[in-house]
Design a protein around this ligand. Structure first.
Ligand SMILES: *Cc1c(COP(=O)(O)O)cnc(C)c1O
Length: 345
């Protein structure tokens, strides 16, 4: 097999030499004691970027979401979320098992949003038969809807529907900066209507590990306790946080390159009748299979040197990232062409 272009996820990015240098020289201390200067700097920077009072550095986006659910709710309460949300599909049921909440999925529209009227109609507070609804979780960009970016108006309408009934709103912004770059707005505007927000440092931003959860000071203080409970209190974590600081300073603007690459790859795929491809808005390309089998295509692509992720029974996903430059895009397209050729024989 020839050298592969790994487009399974933007989590496969590796720290650049400059990022590794920043990590190697990071000032560190015991973060559980609040004494790691680099973690403190990252948390403050992150909070400022998304327009919240405080931040909390956590090992993963999954833990950030779990801490948000634990902190916004009490056991036995109900969480509204998208039917295509990461929390519902990919977080091992932590909202149920660890936070003791009942998740109630509401249909995600194709654009990744949830109809505000549906949110309002599904909030349950007074009836003693029902679990009490206390939280709405939304996602931007929306991964399973193809990396769709929700603008501030859509986010605001969903958040208003929740807030008008005194429900808190958490934004899973794993790829929030992709949304901000795609919409050409400040990330802060996309989080403004939400009580808490998390974003991943370990995806397109290129850091090896970590997410930051941001919100009001009191919420983050309480979240810090939950992080300790979950085993997420790390010690000289400044080594990792330094990569996050570097990423926030150097890797946000370039996300636009990933979006351009994704559009080019989608064009390349669209030449082939075997695939149906919607135009990507950010760095995620969803490919529906028209002919052949999913396993067959994944194998053919792998043999040609392109790694993809299965994403439903007749769909695969390609994600562009820091490790794929504009020269690589032509290579990716050539290899896809080769896979299609090989499949015909
Ligand atoms: C990746 C991702 C997360 C968090 O994933 P981790 O692998 O736990 O960091 C959360 N939400 C969305 C939408 C994601 O894509």
């Amino acid at each position: 097999m020839s050298a592969a272009f790994d487009l399974r996820s933007d989590t496969v990015t590796k720290p650049t030499p400059a990022m590794r240098k920043a990590m190697a020289s990071a000032e560190v201390g015991d973060d559980v004691f609040g004494e790691d200067a680099t973690v403190n700097r990252l948390e403050a920077m992150a909070a400022e970027r998304v327009g919240k009072e405080a931040g909390l550095f956590v090992p993963s986006g999954t833990m950030a979401n779990l801490i948000a659910v634990m902190t916004h709710t009490h056991p036995g309460e109900e969480v509204l979320l998208g039917s295509e949300s990461h929390i519902f599909h990919y977080e091992a049921g932590g909202a149920a098992r660890v936070a003791n909440t009942m998740v109630h999925p509401l249909r995600n529209d194709e654009d990744g949003s949830i109809d505000p009227g549906t949110i309002a109609a599904n909030v349950r507070r007074g009836d003693i038969h029902a679990a009490r609804t206390t939280l709405l979780c939304i996602e931007n960009t929306q991964n399973r809807c193809g990396g769709r970016a929700l603008d501030a108006a859509k986010t605001g309408a969903m958040a208003d529907a929740a807030h008008s009934q005194e429900i808190a709103v958490h934004l899973d912004g794993a790829r929030l900066f992709n949304a901000a770059v795609a919409l050409n707005v400040d990330a802060m505007q996309l989080a403004a209507q939400c009580d808490s927000v998390t974003f991943c440092l370990s995806k397109g931003l290129g850091a090896p590990v970590g997410s930051v959860l941001c919100g009001a000071r009191e919420f983050i203080d309480e979240g810090r306790r939950a992080r300790k409970m979950l085993g997420g209190g790390m010690r000289q974590a400044g080594i990792l946080a330094a990569a996050g600081v570097y990423a926030l300073e150097h890797h946000i603007e370039r996300l636009g390159d990933d979006h351009a690459s994704a559009r080019e790859i989608a064009e390349g795929l669209r030449k082939h009748a075997a695939f149906a491809v919607a135009a990507p808005q950010t760095n995620i390309v969803l490919v529906d299979i028209v002919t052949g089998t999913l396993d067959g295509w994944l194998r053919a692509l792998r043999h040609a040197g392109v790694l993809a992720t299965p994403f439903g029974s007749r769909r695969f996903r390609l994600v562009t990232h820091l490790g794929i430059n504009s020269d690589d895009v032509n290579g990716v397209i050539a290899r896809i062409d080769r896979a299609v050729e090989a499949a015909k024989v």
